[in-house]
Design a protein around this ligand. Structure first.
Ligand SMILES: *Cc1c(COP(=O)(O)O)cnc(C)c1O
Length: 778
């Protein structure tokens, strides 16, 4: 038997087939050694793994530089329309591997690294928002990502005695080889102060200034020689900060106070889908916008023809942000005046359209008057924007007839849909080279990496035994590898022949990890009741971070780990049911667990998940979905055929009908004996021996004020899980269904999403053309 290929060997097979510039291995090796020596100032006796990583990163980065400069020169010469994508959540991804894949360098690096007898480990993580940047570069758009260079990104999660503990993520401690500081483009951002009205104009005076210092990171397209820029701003106190009030001893204090100004880029707020009205957060938002707009105007003025058209794409969460007027008045007094003026004109227009309809005026105002006065940022955004879009069809439909109904009535043409997507480079080629190779090699060539709609060609081979066998084999290899990883990292043993049933995403009531918990306990009770039945073995893995201030989410984590304690240590159950909490779920862990998953849990209450992207990652990696008709699940079912997903539960209209009628959780509890048993176990301390009250808040919520109606979907979910278990026993039929799913993934490429934004909103034409490689191809 031949030795199985490593992941790098598999990706190498893809890249050698006509795509790679053949890179000079000896040259790479020389440069690697040069960086180890001159950049890191180390020799082989003292170099650590991290030094080797940095030496390789610098070596690979050198290959980007020529293309990066070339691309920016090309934009300067051609002066195309620019697109600026602003997000508060840009975050460095696994730049090294991504660069190697996109530049087709992995092959050569692999050789070079092998020859110098080191091995590499990836030290960096992160990556949300980067799908769009990858697609914009791949589609040849002159795009810039703008965000904040947080000193501390999303916290690291530790599980201690079953509870979440947070640790700061000091990712810049060892430096970042991918970024380049650009102090020459530093911009001032003003806060506080007061407004003076003079006959000749308005002045915003006595402000406090914070400097925005940009750091640039390259964003390479997929094998097209294009390298765009992600520019992240870091807050820096000006040298004269507070020094004007110094007296005796004041100088020291003033220098110490510089930290305060620099707090703006200190830390990413870890809330997900939750608005917390903290001044520092508003400062962060204004900081990135003010610095970015100045940068855009500078570039516009310096442009060759001065004709540059500009598009701003801003991501915001509908109806989430409502800033108290007092806070805004203090921080940005002049902007508040301008918002009042925008509101005056906006309401004047609405009054003309609907004379006397005061209730409508109140609903549509940018200023909410009830209780504490607040600015509704979503309303401001709609009024100021040329287009507004939801991120899945169902989401776009819902916002049109609920939160933004009034706005839709006056400007229907503004409202659009752009269903989210994921980049197939990171979420297939990088994380699952075995599957990428089977798809490319066996049947359809490798153009699908740039044009994911070609995956539909797999349908011709859905009954092909060789393909079925190869797809099942790759999955089994990925599962084994993940099992080894878990055992090495966390000392937990799992059965690689069991179904890997996975729910990984932020912990949130609306995502309904609790519904999953109810299923686990039900399964456990059933196995205990009939221990000799042929149960389909499952390893149920749940992972995700809870916002540090979200009590219920943290209790949910504790409940999951407590259930695991009981289930995993029950000898009657054995390895037919295991419950694993995946600690510190993040992009690097997603890249490992998703390719190893059989079943993807996408079980939010219908109408609550805007789109989801995790659902798409699983589908592309050959997992089947158990899910509700929510977010992008609806379109996944449309693309793959509803019979190829396990769809259950209430539709949006059922949820609405239940709201009309009044949701009564106790009715389900009293009617469904298995549900009653499960709830009685949780509330009776079965999973918290010695501490029966531990989960009382969760129990009370589920029974009496559950906004997400977990019990209403319980019965249908359990039945649907029975179908999943039954099908899993038939590997061939299961795998055929997987092929239908992979073949239906074309729509979920972020290339499609970005192409639609470009054509339908930005007025730009995407292109898969390459630009010329730099003369010196190093
Ligand atoms: C894709 C991804 C998400 C989003 O998952 P959903 O299931 O869509 O909520 C969250 N976290 C990480 C690390 C991801 O990679």
């Amino acid at each position: 038997m031949s030795k199985p290929l490593t992941d790098q060997e598999k990706r190498k097979q893809i890249s050698v087939r006509g795509l790679a510039g053949v890179e000079n291995v000896a040259d790479l090796k020389t440069n690697f050694n040069r960086h180890l020596h001159f950049t890191l100032v180390k020799d082989r006796n003292v170099a650590t793994k991290r030094d080797y990583y940095f030496a390789l990163a610098h070596t690979v980065r050198d290959h980007l530089v020529g293309r990066w400069i070339r691309t920016q020169q090309h934009y300067y010469e051609k002066d195309p329309k620019r697109v600026y994508y602003l997000s508060l959540e840009f975050y460095m991804g696994r730049t090294l591997q991504n660069t190697m894949v996109n530049l087709a360098l992995e092959n050569a690096c692999d050789e070079a690294i092998y020859q110098v007898k080191t091995y590499l480990q990836i030290f960096q993580d992160g990556g949300t928002g980067t799908c769009f940047l990858d697609s914009m570069a791949t589609l040849g758009l002159a795009a810039y990502g703008y965000g904040i260079r947080y000193e501390f990104g999303i916290f690291n999660q530790k599980i201690v005695n079953g509870w979440q503990a947070e640790e700061a993520d000091d990712w810049l401690r060892y430096g970042n080889p991918w970024e380049k500081a650009r102090p020459e483009y530093m911009r001032p951002v003003h806060f506080y102060g007061r407004v003076e009205h003079h006959p000749d104009g308005v002045k915003w005076v006595d402000t406090q200034v914070v400097l925005a210092l940009p750091y640039d990171t390259p964003v390479p397209g997929y094998r097209n020689n294009i390298v765009n820029t992600m520019r992240l701003w870091s807050a820096k106190a000006p040298c004269e900060f507070h020094l004007k009030d110094f007296n005796v001893g004041g100088y020291i204090q003033a220098v110490l106070d510089k930290n305060l100004a620099e707090n703006i880029s200190r830390v990413l707020y870890p809330n997900d889908n939750f608005f917390e009205g903290k001044e520092l957060r508003l400062k962060q938002e204004y900081f990135v916008v003010a610095a970015t707009l100045q940068d855009i105007i500078r570039r516009f003025k310096a442009s060759k023809f001065g004709s540059t058209e500009v598009v701003l794409a801003i991501k915001f969460c509908p109806s989430l942000e409502r800033w108290p007027i007092d806070l805004f008045q203090n921080l940005l007094p002049r902007h508040l005046e301008i918002i009042y003026e925008i509101n005056r004109r906006h309401l004047e227009r609405i009054t003309a359209l609907y004379p006397g309809d005061y209730d409508r005026l109140r609903r549509m105002s940018l200023i909410e008057e009830c209780g504490q006065k607040k600015i509704n940022m979503a309303h401001l955004c709609i009024v100021g924007s040329h287009a507004v879009n939801g991120v899945a069809q169902i989401h776009s439909d819902i916002i049109k007839d609920t939160v933004f109904k009034d706005f839709y009535e006056v400007d229907p043409q503004k409202f659009q849909n752009k269903t989210n997507g994921i980049t197939p480079r990171r979420w297939l080629v990088m994380c699952n080279p075995g599957l990428a190779e089977v798809i490319a090699e066996v049947k359809i060539g490798e153009d699908y990496i740039r044009d994911l709609s070609q995956l539909k060609n797999l349908l011709k081979f859905v009954d092909d035994d060789a393909l079925i066998r190869d797809i099942a084999k790759v999955k089994q290899e990925n599962k084994l590898k993940f099992a080894v990883h878990l055992e090495e990292q966390y000392k937990v043993k799992i059965n690689p022949n069991s179904m890997f049933d996975v729910q990984v995403k932020r912990i949130h009531e609306y995502k309904r990890q609790l519904l999953n918990c109810l299923h686990i306990i039900t399964l456990y009770n059933r196995i205990k009741k009939e221990p000799n039945k042929a149960w389909t073995p499952r390893t149920i893995m749940i992972g995700g971070k809870a916002a540090p201030g979200y009590h219920t989410a943290k209790m949910i984590i504790k409940l999951i780990t407590a259930i695991g304690e009981v289930v995993n240590n029950d000898s009657v159950v054995g390895d037919r049911l295991k419950v694993i909490y995946l600690e510190n779920y993040r992009v690097t862990l997603a890249e490992k667990v998703i390719p190893a998953s059989d079943l993807s849990e996408q079980i939010s209450t219908a109408g609550t998940e805007a789109s989801g992207t995790g659902n798409m990652k699983f589908m592309l990696n050959g997992a089947l979905t158990i899910g509700t008709m929510d977010g992008a699940n609806v379109e996944m079912a449309e693309e793959a055929g509803e019979e190829n997903l396990f769809i259950f539960g209430m539709r949006v209209k059922d949820v609405e009908a239940l709201d009309q009628k009044g949701y009564d959780a106790m009715e389900y509890y009293n009617r469904i004996p298995e549900l009653k048993q499960v709830m009685d176990q949780i509330s009776g301390g079965f999973f918290s021996p010695g501490e029966p009250d531990l989960f009382k808040d969760i129990v009370k919520m589920l029974m009496h004020h559950d906004r997400f109606k977990v019990f209403a979907d319980y019965e249908d979910y359990i039945k649907c899980q029975e179908k999943v278990s039954a099908l899993y026993k038939n590997t061939k039929e299961w795998t055929k269904m997987v092929i239908h799913n992979i073949a239906g993934c074309g729509k979920f490429s972020s290339d499609r999403t970005i192409a639609q934004y470009a054509r339908e909103i930005w007025g730009m034409e995407p292109s898969l053309e390459k630009i010329a490689a730099p003369d010196d191809p190093r």
